[in-house]
Design a protein around this ligand. Structure first.
Ligand code: CU
Length: 474
């Protein structure tokens, strides 16, 4: 699509993402019940793109699941896809057996199989769910938002859930995975491309993408967000891209970030753009001060990312040409952990009983091998904890890519980035460890239910390529 048509074309199909208030009926029940059915889906987010995906309940992304903090959720999961899969509840602290990691917390659910998940969604905030069986289910479309409403939250005049995701070029994905010594799968897509490739066909480590979507559509087919002058609007944004960080701007507006990965910041931060690593979520607010139409856009070095946009408009401005933001982040004041956390003299290590200093490595050309202290999963160093331990993990990243490191079943605090101690540590479940010698430090408390909790890079390619370990309760 050329830029001119991008700016002038009208709206196509819409998918509702405006979040309605919870019904009184839902609040009256202690348990919210959902059925999630995974099944093949031919996904066509824009003309000319047709992708053999797997969807929850027929849509990519899957439905927004929602509970109020204090309620339980009961999910009947039915796997009617052709791959083995599970459902992982990203960012939740829950019984280990409900964490949905194939081979670690449960057997993979085979094609035709069922599994029941039941737990009390916790902590409150913007969480999500996705496949976790090393069969590429998440890349194929098995993901969605899970909002745990916090009754203490300030009410918004309007609220929208925006899931950013991108459709991979299957050949580039196969190429990136070629050389994965550790992969428990060979040909997840059933595509002849992977099977037909030789080792020297590897085209590079980066996956390329053929479509860039918000809530399952590309601009101009994306939904429009209707707002009114005076509204204070809350956005809940997820980056479900398998490998790429995304910047997000709303033309003509400042974004006030209040939550990272669903957890409240110690103090909100006003920025011109978000920077969202793989699997991260941000809650950001804006105020509508005058009538108009503006684009909320993904911004990236990828020239196609301009398709990742939705129009925000006031009444009567539905067909106005929307104001766009420049497709550059040069000079833009974007969100960073350091800005949100502020600078402290030093990291408060009081109470720390276990310390790990890990080097993230690998990424050599020709092999999809990504390491922790030089080792590939399952030979990576593990953390064995007893209840009450306080764990410090200091990452040094020797590769030339940022790594979105994720810990299951816990909320950690980011206390240091690139040598800067943070005065207000960020409570998160995934954090970008900066490339090229960058450092980042977590502290977390071993106060979750006992079990085996994965710790891994959320870049799908790197996870498959070995950058994974676990925190085990002794
Ligand atoms: Cu990584």
């Amino acid at each position: 699509m050329r830029r001119s048509s991008f700016l002038s074309a009208g709206a196509g199909a819409m998918i509702a993402a405006a979040l309605p208030p919870l019904s009184a009926a839902a609040l009256a029940n202690d348990t919210v019940r959902y059925t999630l059915t995974a099944a093949p889906k031919l996904f066509a987010p824009m003309s000319g793109v047709s992708f053999a995906g797997v969807a929850f309940n027929g849509s990519i992304p899957g439905p927004v699941l929602r509970t109020t903090y204090g309620q339980r959720v009961h999910v009947d999961f039915r796997n009617r896809s052709k791959i083995e899969t599970t459902v992982h509840w990203h960012g939740m602290i829950l019984p280990n057996a409900m964490d949905g990691v194939a081979g670690i917390t449960q057997p993979a659910v085979p094609p035709g199989g069922d599994f029941t998940y039941e737990f009390a969604p916790n902590p409150p905030g913007t969480r999500w769910y996705h496949d976790h069986a090393m069969q590429m289910g998440t890349v194929l479309g098995m993901f969605g938002l899970f909002i745990v409403d916090d009754p203490k939250d300030e009410p918004a005049d309007a609220e929208f859930a925006l899931v950013f995701h991108d459709v991979p070029n299957m050949r580039s994905l196969a190429a990136a995975l070629k050389g994965t010594s550790n992969a428990p799968m060979v040909d997840p897509m059933g595509s002849p491309e992977m099977a037909g490739m030789k080792a020297d066909d590897k085209m590079g480590d980066e996956v390329s993408y053929v479509a860039h979507c918000i809530n399952g559509a590309s601009y101009p087919g994306t939904q429009r967000l209707a707002v009114k002058v005076g509204d204070r609007v809350r956005l809940r944004i997820l980056n479900a891209n398998p490998s790429q960080t995304r910047y997000v701007r709303l033309a003509g507006h400042t974004l006030r970030v209040t939550h990272s990965d669903g957890n409240p910041l110690a103090q909100p931060l006003d920025v011109e753009a978000l920077r969202i690593g793989v699997a991260e979520r941000y809650d950001a607010w804006f105020e509508v001060k005058k009538p108009g139409a503006w684009l909320l856009q993904g911004v990236s070095a990828d020239p196609l990312a301009f398709e990742q946009a939705v129009v925000v408009h006031t009444p009567g401005m539905e067909n106005a040409p929307p104001m766009a933001a420049p497709q550059s982040i040069d000079g833009v004041d974007f969100f960073t952990y350091e800005k949100a956390g502020g600078r402290a003299a030093s990291v408060d290590t009081s109470g720390v009983t276990i310390r790990k200093d890990w080097t993230l490595g690998g990424g050599a050309y020709g092999a999809n091998a990504w390491t922790i202290d030089g080792k590939l999963w399952p030979n990576t160093p593990k953390i064995v904890v007893r209840r009450g331990d306080r764990v410090l993990v200091h990452f040094t990243n020797k590769t030339d890519m940022d790594h979105p490191m994720h810990l299951h079943g816990h909320t950690f605090r980011v206390v240091e980035v690139n040598g800067t101690a943070l005065a207000r540590p960020l409570a998160k479940d995934v954090s970008l460890v900066p490339a090229n010698g960058g450092t980042l430090t977590w502290i977390f408390d071993a106060d979750s239910p006992a079990g085996r909790w994965l710790l891994h890079c959320h870049n799908e390619i790197h996870m498959m390529g070995g950058m994974m370990t676990e925190v085990d309760y002794a």
